[in-house]
Design a protein around this ligand. Structure first.
Ligand code: PLP
Length: 485
């Protein structure tokens, strides 16, 4: 493909994507294929001779689309959203074109510097305490990780390293392995599975803290466990709080938990993978109160802030905790500015070495929507969730299973679980809308995560149209549930 053909194909691809989005509602949101469907549709070997671009594009419809779950469809209400947006797609194209691998400042200064500034911009929109911002000479700062799971793992590994150093400083005889075997991490019983997995990867024990009747961890519950473990000779070292749990969007009480962690020398990481985006709105910012006690904080703009996957924003209060934990310095990665104190080398802040120019898509999205546009986007979703909640509450056959705080509604049919299980089966079998379940208090619950088609929203002049259209969708969806019962 030469540059002339690239220009032509590029325009065609933009048209293809635009058509895909304009017509996405017509596609069944969940694919009707059996496992292994794809292998029989393509040759078992890569082609020896080059094929044509037309052939490939024909196969996109024939081979790929039948097996796609359309996450950007307005009929997708499963998991948490993974909102994309047109500005983010364009920025990603540019990132791919530049193709730099910005592991150090010198490897591509713009890639590093834009990331640091974008994380400061975003931190300011969230009103994060100053200590988390890089500024020009801050001790803290932000980094883009691929996922919230990676951020949790990074924080846990940094906490492990910091604890080993602290324990060895008072007892130099103790070997690292002995300390590891006594270290205890904690998280909510409602936390995402990635926290337990991070502990498995790090080779440390983890305890799940029971929650109250709103599915949130309270200070006294953590304190009790920590005291019990200390009395047994263990070393509590890490707590991962969740703001916006995956099953029900519950909020751990970090104003109570933070002081306990600080008193006990435990690293507090705050995982707000989904809910974090809502903190750009002042009316939801109180949910982040207590963040000043945390060592690290992470949320996914790729879930709910119109920056397409992958983009997980992580901040640390003390960057030395990350850099000091994982520093390996071969000659081929060194550069003359690395010790100047003026630059950030993000290779020390993450597990892989290579990293893409992901801050470009933040820059495009933040500038094209503005803080106000991002706030409206969040507010529309929350309004839709409230509307859906009121429809559910008005029907006596259903019950709401957890407080609706943001864009997630947890509900079920009253009575035996089997009723709700059958309802979900029927809904998903129709493939017109897609939901996933969860368990709350041992009961089978349906999760409805509101999703406003951000692409409609992006045309500011069409906001009204977009909103009324999705209002309608929510109503239709509710009546759709009725049909399935
Ligand atoms: N933490 C919470 C609270 C989540 O809800 C999720 C996913 O939905 C995750 C972590 C995992 O996110 P990621 O896929 O970015 O690792």
């Amino acid at each position: 493909m030469d540059i002339a053909e690239f220009r032509r194909r590029g325009r065609e691809m933009v048209d293809f994507v635009a058509d895909y989005y304009e017509n996405i509602e017509k596609r069944p949101v969940f694919p009707d294929v059996e496992p292994g469907y794809l292998r029989s549709l393509i040759p078992s070997e890569a082609p020896v001779d080059p094929e044509t671009y037309e052939d490939i594009m024909k196969d996109v419809e024939r081979v790929i689309m039948p097996g796609v779950t359309h996450w950007q469809s307005p009929n997708f209400f499963a998991y948490f959203p993974a909102n994309s947006s047109l500005p983010a797609l364009l920025a990603d194209m540019l990132s791919g074109a530049i193709g730099c691998i910005g592991f150090t400042w010198a490897a591509s200064p713009a890639c590093t510097e834009l990331e640091t500034v974008m994380l400061d911009w975003l931190g300011k929109m969230l009103q994060l305490p100053e200590c988390f911002l890089a500024g020009t000479d801050g001790q803290g700062g932000g980094v883009i990780q691929g996922t919230a799971s990676e951020a949790t793992l990074m924080s846990l590994l940094a906490a492990r390293c910091k604890t080993v150093r602290r324990v060895q400083a008072s007892n130099s005889q103790l070997l690292e392995g002995e300390i590891f075997s006594k270290m205890m991490a904690y998280t909510s019983e409602e936390a995402h599975s990635s926290v337990e997995r991070a502990a498995q990867i790090a080779g440390v024990m983890i305890r799940k803290v029971p929650t109250d009747d709103t599915y949130a961890v309270r200070g006294e519950m953590l304190k009790k466990m920590v005291e019990m473990d200390k009395a047994a000779g263990l070393i509590p070292f890490y707590f991962c709080a969740t703001l916006g749990t995956t099953p029900s969007c519950a909020f751990d009480h970090i104003t109570e938990l933070g002081p306990i962690c600080n008193d006990e020398n435990m690293w507090m990481h705050v995982d707000a993978a989904y809910a974090g985006s809502a903190f750009v709105c002042p009316e939801f910012r109180h949910l982040l109160n207590g963040i000043e006690y945390a060592n690290s904080f992470d949320f996914n703009p790729h879930k709910w802030l119109l920056v397409n996957f992958d983009c997980s924003a992580m901040w640390v209060k003390n960057r030395a905790d990350l850099i000091g934990a994982f520093k390996v310095d071969p000659l081929y990665l060194k550069h003359e500015n690395q010790e100047s104190g003026l630059v950030t080398d993000y290779r020390h802040w993450q597990i892989p070495l290579g990293r893409r120019f992901r801050s470009l898509k933040m820059w495009f999205v933040f500038r094209l929507y503005g803080h106000k546009g991002l706030q409206s986007h969040i507010r529309h979703h929350v309004t839709l969730a409230k509307e859906f909640e009121s429809l559910v509450r008005a029907d006596k056959r259903f019950e709401i299973c957890a407080e609706v705080i943001l864009g997630l509604v947890c509900f079920r049919l009253k009575g035996e679980d089997v009723l709700s299980e059958n309802l979900l089966k029927k809904i998903n079998q129709k493939r017109e809308i897609h939901l996933v379940p969860c368990q709350l208090s041992g009961r089978f619950v349906l999760r409805f995560a509101t999703y406003l088609w951000c692409l409609i929203f992006f045309c500011v002049s069409m906001i009204q149209h977009g909103v009324s259209r999705v209002w309608l969708t929510v109503n239709e969806r509710f009546f759709y549930f009725n049909e399935c019962i």
